[in-house]
Design a binder for this molecule. Structure first.
Ligand SMILES: *Cc1c(COP(=O)(O)O)cnc(C)c1O
Ligand SMILES: [Zn+2]
Length: 408
C-alpha cells in the first residue's frame, strides 16, 4: 500500500500533513505529493510488478490512496506501447513508438488523473466535485464520480467536442456550457465553489490528478525494461502529464529502478495557443496568458498553464524543447498516422507527429534516437475535427468507388 509521507509546495516548499482536503498552498503554488521512498525501496521491488494488476494501480506504493476500498478503478493505465515502423520510415527515424492513451476508459489519459483524484475524494470524505474542463477531463471526472457515487458539476466551453458533452450527460453529471474559454470556466468554478460546497478538481489546483498522470512515466520505463527512451513527445496543455512523468523519473531514480539519464522532453503545442513555446523561445521561466486561443485540439487550448514553470524547467533540464505546429499540419499528421499504423489518434497526439517531422527535418533529433510519442486520446472523440477532412457526399463524385453510390 501507499508510502505517502506528506504534501509539499512546488514553489515555497512548505509541508502539509496528508489526510486533509487541500487545494493550493497558501502561497498559491501547486502541492506535490511526497512519499517515503526509502521505505518503498525496502518493501517493494520491480519483480513485485509481475503479480500486480494490469492497471496504473500496479504502482500503488507510489500513489496516495491508503484504503483499498477507496480505490475507484475502471481499468485505467497499462496502455500499449506500439512500435510504429511504417510511420517512422515515412518520417525518417528508425526507432519510433506510440504510447496509446486513447485506449483508456473514457478514451483519454485523463482517466489516470481522475481515477486517482476521485479515489482520494472517497478516502477524504468529499461528496461533491466540480471541474472546469476543455473536454476530456470533464468526461473522465463524470465517469469516476459516477463510479464512486459522487455529485459532479462540470463547466465547459460551449464549443467542446460533442462526445465530451454527451458522455458527461450520460454519466449523470450537472453540465454547464460557458460562452468562453477554459480560463472563464475556471473562474466560474472558483467563484461558486464555496457557497455550493464543491471540491475543485482542476489540474494542479488539486494535488492528486498529477499522481495518476505520472504513472505514464512509470509505465514507459517498465515497458522499456527500465531504460528510458531518448526522446518523449508530449502534447502540452496544462502540461501535467509532462510534469508528472518528470516527477516519476525522479522517484524511480530514488527507488534505484532507473539511472540518472533522462529523455529529452519535447513540449508540443499548437500555433493558435502556444504560451509555453513563447516563454521557451524568449528564455522566460513562466508563460504569459495567450490571447484568443484557438485550435481544434481542445486539450491544448490552455492559455496560461498553472504549472508553466515546472514544464519549462523539465524541458530545459532534459535538453528538450518546446515547439508549435499548425492545426492543418496536425490534422494531416493524424490521418497519416492512422493510414500508416491503424491507430486513430486525438489531434493532440497527431500534433506530436507533426512536431516530430519538424525536429527530424531541422536536425534537432537524429534518425536513430529512440522516440516515444504520447497519443493522449482517441480520435473517436474528435469526429467534428476529423469530419472537416472527410466531408461526406462532398463534391460531385457520386457513383464511383470511394464516393456515394446510388443502387439501381
Ligand atoms: C488534457 C489533454 C491534453 C493536455 O494534457 P496536460 O497534461 O494537461 O498538458 C492533451 N491531450 C488530450 C487528449 C487531453 O485531453
Ligand atoms: Zn507555497
Amino acid at each position: 500500500m501507499t508510502t505517502l509521507s506528506h504534501l509539499e509546495c512546488s514553489r515555497c516548499h512548505k509541508r502539509y500533513d496528508p489526510g486533509q482536503v487541500l487545494n493550493l498552498c497558501e502561497c498559491g503554488g501547486p502541492l506535490l505529493v511526497r512519499y517515503d521512498l526509502d521505505k518503498a525501496r525496502q518493501n517493494w521491488s520491480r519483480e513485485w510488478l509481475m503479480r500486480a494488476p494490469s492497471t496504473m494501480w500496479r504502482y500503488a506504493p507510489v500513489l496516495p490512496v491508503s484504503k483499498p476500498e477507496a480505490m475507484i478503478s475502471l481499468g485505467e493505465g497499462f496502455t500499449p506501447l506500439v512500435r510504429t515502423k511504417r510511420l517512422g520510415a515515412q518520417l525518417g527515424c528508425s526507432q519510433l513508438w506510440v504510447k496509446d492513451e486513447g485506449l483508456n476508459p473514457t478514451g483519454s489519459f485523463k482517466a489516470r488523473g481522475l481515477s486517482c483524484a476521485i479515489s482520494m475524494c472517497v478516502e477524504l470524505g468529499v461528496r461533491k466535485v466540480a471541474v472546469p474542463s476543455a473536454g476530456n477531463a470533464a468526461g473522465a471526472m463524470a465517469a469516476y464520480a459516477a463510479a464512486a457515487g459522487l455529485e459532479a458539476h462540470i463547466f465547459m466551453p460551449r464549443d467542446v467536442p460533442q462526445s465530451n458533452y454527451i458522455e458527461c450527460k450520460s454519466f449523470g453529471a450537472k453540465v454547464t456550457l460557458v460562452d468562453g474559454l477554459i480560463s472563464d470556466c475556471g473562474r466560474i468554478v472558483g467563484e461558486r465553489k464555496q457557497a455550493e460546497g464543491w471540491f475543485e478538481v482542476s489540474t494542479l489546483k488539486e494535488p492528486y490528478r498529477i499522481e495518476g498522470k505520472k504513472t505514464m512515466g512509470y509505465e514507459v520505463a517498465e515497458q522499456f525494461r527500465w531504460e528510458l527512451p531518448d526522446v518523449i513527445f508530449y502534447p502540452t496543455g496544462g502540461g501535467v502529464g509532462l510534469i508528472g512523468m518528470w516527477k516519476a523519473f525522479e522517484e524511480m531514480e530514488a527507488l534505484g529502478w532507473i539511472s540518472s539519464k533522462r529523455p529529452k522532453m519535447i513540449a508540443v503545442q499548437v500555433e493558435g495557443c502556444r504560451p509555453v513555446v513563447r516563454a521557451y523561445e524568449q528564455g522566460k521561466d513562466v508563460s504569459e496568458f495567450w490571447q484568443n486561443a484557438h485550435t481544434v485540439a481542445s486539450g491544448l487550448r490552455v492559455p496560461k498553464p498553472l504549472g508553466d514553470f515546472l514544464i519549462l524547467d523539465a524541458v530545459r533540464k532534459s535538453a528538450g524543447c518546446a515547439i508549435a505546429v499548425s492545426d492543418d499540419d496536425m490534422m494531416t499528421a493524424g490521418v497519416q498516422l492512422a493510414t500508416a499504423e491503424g491507430m486513430f489518434v486525438a489531434p493532440e497526439g497527431a500534433a506530436c507527429v507533426a512536431a516530430l517531422r519538424q525536429l527530424l527535418q531541422n536536425g534537432f533529433l537524429k534518425p536513430d534516437e529512440r522516440i516515444v510519442i504520447y497519443n493522449t486520446g482517441s480520435g473517436l472523440k474528435y469526429l467534428e475535427a476529423y469530419s472537416t477532412r472527410f466531408p461526406r457526399y462532398g463534391g460531385t463524385d457520386g457513383d464511383k468507388l470511394g464516393g456515394l453510390i446510388t443502387p439501381r
